[in-house]
Design a protein. Structure first.
Length: 286
């Protein structure tokens, strides 16, 4: 219906998927300017869309579980597994070659079961696309682990082992926002279950725990992160997003992630606004 709110659509989806542990998921869409947005549950779906119907939206993990193995339901674990598998394929889950080979072997075991020489001829792993690009050497390594180390694992066990491995990686839960630092260098900002991360190239250059982040604000294209570390050391990190809309999206994601991972209960969440004299602030409630 025209007046249906985001919550209605989300509940419909969760009911269809038989999903009870809903809190980790959200619905994302991209507007005509290629800006990503999370669907707000308290507002009408139609009013949030600037595109013409039919609308395209993605159901995906919004908050990555701190410990995926502790999820109660197998369907939740499976959906988180699918998301991280996708992160690996799109180059968001960066890792060294040995970790990449092990993760891919777990996917292989979950999807085709035990290695069988009759069914799996030379080069069988190359039919699967695990990463944006990979070498023959890596493919051989994946097949080797699949043949020799994972025999007998059920799909559910392989998926759980995949999740346990993925959660140990520095880029677990990273959904990158492209920005520039004060020197004009390209950087990706991201929020993870454990804190705020800045990536440059393939390296993590900053990691700030959630309890060290005291404030986040944005003005136009500029995003400020206020940090208070031990020994009373206070710093402000400044980054520039490509557009004011991208900056607001970055800020909203930051506010939501901090509230989700840091606060014990929802009553602790305040309405936050980012404003100064020159900026018509944004009141945003998570």
């Amino acid at each position: 219906q025209r007046d249906a709110k985001g919550q209605y659509l989300f509940d419909l989806l969760c009911h269809h998927l038989n999903l009870l542990e809903k809190d980790y998921f959200g619905i994302r869409f991209v507007d005509p300017d290629k800006q990503r947005h999370w669907l707000e549950f308290t507002k009408s779906v139609v009013k949030q869309m600037r595109a013409q119907p039919p609308f395209t939206m993605c159901f995906r993990v919004k908050f990555y579980p701190t410990d995926p193995a502790a999820l109660k339901e197998e369907i939740t674990r499976y959906l988180v597994f699918l998301q991280i598998k996708r992160d690996l394929y799109h180059g968001r889950l960066l890792c060294k070659t040995s970790d990449a080979a092990l993760l891919a072997a777990y996917i292989l075991q979950a999807e085709i079961g035990d290695y069988d020489p009759g069914k799996h001829p030379e080069g069988y792993s190359s039919k699967f696309q695990f990463f944006p690009k990979h070498s023959e050497k890596l493919e051989r390594k994946i097949a080797e682990i699949h043949k020799s180390e994972l025999s007998g694992q059920t799909p559910a066990t392989s998926e759980l082992n995949f999740l346990r491995k993925a959660q140990t990686l520095e880029t677990y839960g990273v959904d990158p926002h492209p920005c520039k630092d004060v020197s004009g260098n390209a950087a990706f900002l991201a929020f993870t279950p454990f804190g705020f991360v800045v990536l440059q190239g393939n390296k993590r250059v900053h990691f700030i725990k959630w309890n060290e982040v005291t404030k986040m604000k944005f003005e136009g294209k500029t995003f400020y992160l206020y940090v208070s570390q031990k020994e009373e050391k206070k710093i402000v990190l400044t980054y520039f997003a490509p557009t004011p809309e991208a900056c607001k999206h970055l800020w909203k994601c930051g506010i939501e992630n901090q509230a989700f991972y840091k606060l014990e209960k929802s009553s602790q969440v305040r309405t936050v606004s980012s404003s100064n004299l020159f900026f018509k602030g944004s009141r945003f409630r998570y």
